[in-house]
Write a protein of this length. Structure first.
Length: 543
């Protein structure tokens, strides 16, 4: 007899997550949906192993391991085994790990019973006759992988103690649930859902060679394989490249599962979410039977990672690839842009400026011409509209003070004068902030794109993410791109309308970070530039 079971399933949660949004093309995340619920006869045709639990008068008989098992519990055990041996001759007691989890049926018999001893009279004396067991209405539950559950309420009956030949329960099971012989049929085995990627070991190695960061790679468990029942997983640690998903990395199964053959190469094994401690991640870990365990934590360094779980303790995964010999020295890749201040240490720039950066430095020019340098991280972003909001995370940062401008609420008119500040082409033009001005040429961009203004303000590499002001000193846009880069046109440039920044903030951050300063209003243009430039920053990114 085997212990009780309880298999939950949480892939439906991920189905909802991934079906709600499009997925970054580098990730190829897809949901393989589970089978439609089959008839119980078809489900039993996929059975290669079975376990059962006896819940007798509310007590789990097998788990409690009583000294003496009452007749009625032994009787139920024998009846279940007799029924299974006849209808599923290919299935044996116990779990068969060589087959998918749904090929192992779990049976729970839940019943209440009372006993009464009867006597017969004779020759002036009384002698015990028989002990009668009265079993109330009982429930038999069959479960395949915890996803396909069948429940049957069966009638009451009485049986004499020791009358094993009276196969009342067997006939109940046969007549009510399934009476036909169910020879094993692989195609009849229900299929659980999977969270799949298109990544395989070969393609992952190519990716790690070309683009992988310092902790991405292939890892293998150092745990010993015990009697074929301890998984020695080989997993790939892959960075998430889609900012719409909140996990930072995910683990991809490559090989090693030996408890239920439900795992395919390329299937997601775990999602890693950042914590306040660098290189320590809270993890949603899919167990061998596809149940979700949220009590995993992973600590990563250059040689491997350690999983920590209250139940399973610690397990070390050693990094196998890239090997020390295969790793090529990577030159630090740097690029730059511009940005401007919001309240509470937040900074606006373009998404394409912050995209892919492992390090973001913000340079603030002081009145004496020297610079403060602060570390920043990406707070929220809108890839579609090319907006990113950074947050300074630096112990030396003391705040911006009172920001002198505000964010315009309306839309600019065609012909309206505007001006920009930024740090274009610093390697050629130097690191002093640059002023350019022009007009609103159109209230839409290429192909009628309504999220941008076309502007005649000259924009160069490095201006991206800087502020676009109107003549009253209000920020009306975020400088973004120039058409002349591709088509050699003159003064055809674009700025993202500031209303899209406001929408991103209202959706993701406290609206109190939106500045409401009015100091620039009524000032001359030269004074506006002098007051505003302290709040416009050179942003240096690298990976």
């Amino acid at each position: 007899m085997k212990i009780t079971f309880h298999f939950g399933h949480v892939l439906a949660m991920f189905c909802m997550l991934f079906s709600a949004v499009a997925v970054h093309p580098d990730e190829y995340i897809d949901i393989w949906t589970k089978s439609d619920k089959p008839s119980v006869a078809n489900a039993l045709r996929g059975a290669k192993g079975y376990t059962y639990a006896l819940i007798s008068n509310g007590v789990d008989v097998i788990a409690s391991k009583p000294q003496s098992v009452p007749f009625i519990d032994i009787y139920f055990s024998k009846e279940i085994q007799k029924w299974m041996s006849e209808i599923c001759p290919d299935a044996s007691p116990g779990l068969n790990y060589r087959y998918p989890m749904c090929a192992n049926v779990q049976i729970a018999a839940k019943y209440n019973h009372t006993g009464q001893q009867t006597y017969r009279a004779g020759a002036g004396w009384m002698a015990p006759d028989v002990y009668v067991n009265a079993v109330g209405s009982y429930v038999i539950e069959l479960s395949f992988g915890g996803e396909y559950v069948y429940q049957y309420k069966l009638p009451s009956f009485k049986i004499n103690d020791g009358a094993y030949g009276e196969h009342t329960v067997y006939y109940h099971l046969k007549n009510t649930i399934c009476g036909s012989v169910c020879r094993y049929d692989k195609s009849a085995t229900p299929q659980l859902a999977k969270i799949m990627t298109q990544w395989r070991e070969v393609s992952l190695k190519n990716y790690f060679d070309e683009k992988g960061d310092e902790i991405e790679g292939i890892y293998e468990s150092t745990r010993a394989n015990t009697n074929g029942h301890t998984a020695k997983y080989k997993l790939a640690l892959k960075k998430n490249n889609d900012d719409r998903f909140k996990y930072t990395y995910y683990l991809i199964y490559l090989s090693g599962a030996n408890q239920y053959k439900d795992w395919d190469e390329g299937e997601i094994k775990a999602f890693l979410y950042p914590t306040s401690t660098p290189n320590v991640y809270k993890t949603e870990w899919l167990m061998y039977n596809k149940t979700l365990n949220s009590d995993f934590y992973i600590t990563i360094d250059n040689s491997g990672f350690i999983t920590t779980n209250v139940t399973n303790g610690e397990e070390l995964f050693l990094k196998l690839y890239p090997t020390a010999q295969s790793q090529k020295p990577r030159q630090l890749e740097k690029w730059s842009g511009s940005g401007f201040a919001l309240n509470n240490g937040y900074i606006v720039t373009n998404y394409h400026v912050a995209e892919g950066a492992n390090s973001i430095l913000v340079y603030q020019t002081k009145d004496d011409g020297t610079r403060n340098v602060y570390k920043a991280t990406l707070a929220v972003s809108d890839k579609t509209n090319d907006i990113a909001i950074l947050k300074i995370n630096d112990p030396n940062f003391k705040g911006f003070g009172n920001i002198p401008y505000k964010i315009k609420t309306g839309v600019c008119e065609v012909g309206e004068s505007v001006w920009a500040l930024g740090f274009p082409m610093t390697d050629i033009m130097g690191d002093e902030i640059k002023f350019t001005d022009g007009k609103i040429s159109a209230r839409s961009g290429i192909d009628g794109m309504t999220s941008v203004y076309q502007i005649s303000v000259p924009i160069q590499h490095g201006n991206s993410g800087g502020p676009l002001f109107d003549m009253k000193g209000n920020i009306v846009g975020i400088t973004s791109s120039g058409l002349n880069r591709d088509l050699q046109t003159e003064n055809v440039n674009y700025a993202i309308k500031i209303s899209y920044l406001r929408l991103l903030i209202e959706d993701s951050l406290p609206t109190s970070i939106i500045p409401q300063g009015t100091v620039l209003q009524g000032q001359s243009l030269t004074t506006q530039i002098k007051l505003a430039k302290k709040y416009v920053f050179y942003i240096e990114c690298s990976k």
